[in-house]
Design a protein. Structure first.
Length: 441
């Protein structure tokens, strides 16, 4: 049935999302088709909206790291500026909403967006007003919005101060929609969550669109998964196999070489029958790792694991403490030692694989990168990506933090702002925050 207007089309998209996303038995049927559609991003864009004089609610990702009330990294605020500046320059009344942290018992001062609003005010030429309402949208907020002039910005309080937010309850979605003529989704880091401020609000706002950051994220990640320039090398690290079960399987169907490092590598090594000492292992996933090793072999894909391992007698405490290490071949790890980083031979092996690539996606560090003694594997992989001419995509989370901390950010083609969202995208899932936005006519 052909939709006759944008609202009904949007509603149909959301219902389709619910079928695909909330009922897993449908997932295998629709997954590939929807990822391809998302890669093409046939969604209404901020460029398609006429916004002069309109109240435009923008879901941004201001979930920035904080310490003692001070922002320690403002990259997510910086990433939102192109969309914000575009709307301001065209005379929109720009209303920003975001979550920050995980408040559990309602409003908590340490999770207020006041500091983020203050930082934004330093970065834009427009007037920025922060409205500190613990219920996020009330008469105080509505009055502030009513007083806005074209080209001004209002920042709402943390959306998670409302318990309805994460449960996608209609009452809060309607409150958000009541102050908006249009909605722009530009928070890729939250696009995998079906919350009021990412999905629910779209049911009650006439015009919806994606912002520039969303477009950029989908372009890089979508092309990498669906239409990569080959050879395509994927690098997965981090601690847990369980976190990346379907990512591993999906990437083995897409990439030419899959590199596995970090804590998750030891479950794969144990699956090959090697002694891994006291290294982190998920014994419930041994059979899965065996299946993936067989899948790689059957599909003619290279699956590279560490050939040597930097070990210690125990995990560092605190995490950045000085620690004595010894490197062993990965098939000779002593029973009383713990693997905490990849060794020099593995660093060279992984770097050689990257040198031949035209597209590289990396998600997850190679070891305990927070420790200067145990970050050498992560540094080596980051350096290899910095030195290549390939398109290099960093999939958010710890790998993004590592790249930025190590000073390689400007050498990468794209650093995703969404760790969990990028993983679900690489896994082949539909992102609800994308699915809920209207398609172009």
């Amino acid at each position: 049935m052909k939709c006759t207007n944008r609202i009904s089309e949007k509603s149909l998209n959301f219902r389709l999302y619910r079928i695909i996303y909330e009922f897993p038995f449908h997932d295998a049927v629709y997954r590939r088709k929807d990822v391809k559609q998302m890669a093409e991003l046939n969604k209404v864009s901020v460029d398609d909206l006429k916004v002069t004089g309109k109240r435009v609610l923008v879901r941004v990702d201001f979930n920035v790291p904080m310490k003692d009330g001070v922002i320690t990294n403002d990259n997510r605020i910086q990433a939102a500026l192109p969309t914000i500046n575009k709307l301001v320059s065209e005379g929109a009344k720009v209303i920003l909403c975001s979550h920050l942290g995980k408040p559990k018992n309602g409003p908590e001062e340490k999770f207020s967006l006041k500091a983020a609003a203050a930082r934004l005010a330093e970065l834009v030429s427009a007037k920025v007003t922060f409205v500190p309402s613990d219920v996020v949208v009330d008469d105080t907020v509505r009055t502030a919005v009513d007083k806005m002039q074209n080209g001004e910005i209002v920042v709402l309080e943390n959306t998670r101060f409302r318990k309805e937010e994460t449960k996608n309850i209609e009452s809060f979605s309607k409150d958000l929609a009541s102050i908006a003529d249009a909605f722009v989704m530009d928070a890729f880091g939250s696009a995998h969550r079906a919350h009021c401020s990412t999905v629910g609000v779209t049911e009650f706002v006439k015009e919806t669109a994606v912002g520039y950051l969303m477009q950029k994220e989908i372009k890089f990640l979508g092309n990498a998964v669906e239409n990569p320039v080959r050879p395509f090398v994927a690098i997965l690290g981090g601690a847990k196999v369980a976190d990346k079960l379907n990512v591993i399987s999906n990437l083995l169907e897409k990439c030419d070489t899959l590199i596995i490092g970090g804590g998750m590598a030891y479950t794969f090594l144990k699956a090959q029958g090697y002694e891994v000492g006291t290294s982190l292992v998920d014994d419930t996933k041994i059979d899965y790792c065996k299946e993936m090793l067989e899948k790689a072999k059957a599909n003619g894909k290279a699956l590279l694991l560490p050939v040597d391992t930097v070990t210690a007698s125990e995990f560092p405490n605190p995490i950045d403490a000085a620690i004595e290490v010894v490197t062993y071949d990965s098939n000779k790890i002593p029973a009383d030692r713990m693997g905490l980083d990849i060794g020099e031979k593995t660093q060279a092996l992984f770097a050689d694989a990257v040198k031949t690539a035209k597209t590289v996606v990396w998600n997850g560090p190679m070891g305990v990168f927070e420790n200067p003694i145990l970050n050498k594997g992560t540094v080596a992989v980051a350096q290899a990506l910095a030195d290549t001419d390939a398109t290099t995509i960093i999939g958010g989370g710890d790998s993004a933090a590592a790249v930025m901390q190590l000073g390689f950010a400007d050498k990468m083609s794209h650093i995703s702002t969404g760790g969990g969202a990028s993983l679900e995208y690489l896994e082949g899932k539909v992102l609800p925050g994308v699915a809920a936005i209207a398609d172009k006519d």
